[in-house]
Write a protein that binds this ligand. Structure first.
Ligand code: NAI
Length: 303
């Protein structure tokens, strides 16, 4: 069973994606009375037409999470036009501390998949508040950022998105790293197809594109929903898929005691392996800048 804490825009969309894939029974929880139940009913009606028989329930009581193998957390405030993800730090950290303790109490064996922003810091907060081992708490950011990078590149190059092999790692925020040095188009290195200025422009476009969606429609919903569902499938089906996701580093990349996006192997145990990748000097600088930002944010919470 998969639990969802937060049945707002991203939580409901992620739940719809997971349910539509017939992945698992699901329990939605939200503090707004009736909201999770309403979303669960709406999703269930959608499933009938597709002949999918997973059970979807909604509640404002955390005991609904009992038996969950995975809990997706989207509870908390979302950014409004003009805000950065980091602007949500103090309010969301107190919400996430409380939510993580409730999850640990009601679903002690689960993997937590963090979505709430600023996601890397919230992954760290949930890890500490839940008392879970580090493998069991992972954050979604890189999968979504990579979807945006692929969109930007496919448009610029006039190729199918499916021919692009890429990843976006580092902070899920202003310092994210679309890793151009390891991006290939049908096996051809990106540097053979775009000059340095064009690559930098694609990186900038990728970093800004979410803010653009928020300015235009108020929230990002469909793409995050899909990214969460992909990670949920890797965990629940134990596929061992390697994707960029936020995890606690303990010496990898020369860093420790922060959660940040790196390539990881996902399976039923959560983060089953962390992979180290050689970055270009510029990418390494961005990675360290993102790490500094996250370290400052974490230490500001302790004061
Ligand atoms: P939303 O405002 O539509 O939904 C948030 C929901 O959380 C609301 O329904 C609210 O009632 C609920 N909530 C608040 N406190 C709660 C608590 N203590 N227990 C249970 N439920 C609680 O916001 P939206 O658009 O769904 O975004 C959710 C979060 O996800 C935001 O922090 C947003 O920035 C983040 N986000 C992260 C992405 C990522 O890639 N990591 C992508 C898109 C959004």
């Amino acid at each position: 069973m998969i639990g969802f804490v937060g049945a707002g825009k991203v939580g409901a969309q992620a739940a719809l994606e997971v349910a539509s894939a017939g992945l698992s029974d699901m329990a939605l929880v939200d503090i707004v009375p009736g909201l999770a139940e309403g979303e669960a009913l709406d999703i269930s009606h959608r499933l009938s037409d597709a002949g999918i028989d997973v059970q979807v329930t909604g509640s404002s009581d955390y005991s609904a999470l009992q038996g969950a193998e995975l809990v997706v957390i989207t509870a908390g405030l979302a950014r409004k036009p003009g805000m950065t993800r980091m602007d949500l730090l103090s309010k969301n950290s107190s919400i996430i501390s409380d939510v993580a303790r409730q999850v640990a109490k009601n679903a002690p064996g689960c993997v937590i998949l963090m979505v709430t922003n600023p996601m890397d810091v919230m992954t760290y907060v949930a890890l500490k508040a839940s008392g879970f081992p580090k493998q069991k708490v992972v954050g979604q950011g890189g999968v979504l950022d990579n979807s945006r990078f692929k969109y930007v590149l496919a448009k610029r190059l006039g190729v199918s998105r499916s021919s692009i092999t890429s990843l976006v790692m580092g902070e899920h925020g202003e310092n994210m790293i679309p890793v151009a040095s390891h991006t290939y188009v049908g096996g051809v290195p990106l540097g053979n197809l775009l000059n340095d200025e064009e690559v930098q422009q694609a990186i900038e476009d990728t970093r800004k594109v979410a803010a653009d969606v928020i300015t235009k429609k108020g929230a990002t919903i469909f793409a995050p929903g899909r990214s969460v569902a992909r990670m949920a499938a890797a965990i629940v089906n134990d596929t061992k898929e390697v994707l960029a996701a936020s995890t606690l580093l303990e010496g990898e990349y020369g860093l420790r005691d922060i959660c940040i996006g790196v390539p990881v192997k996902l399976g039923s145990a959560g983060v089953e392996q962390v992979y180290e990748l050689r970055l270009s000097d510029r990418e390494r600088d961005w990675f360290n800048k993102g790490a500094d930002t996250l370290r400052e944010a974490i230490s500001s919470l302790n004061h």
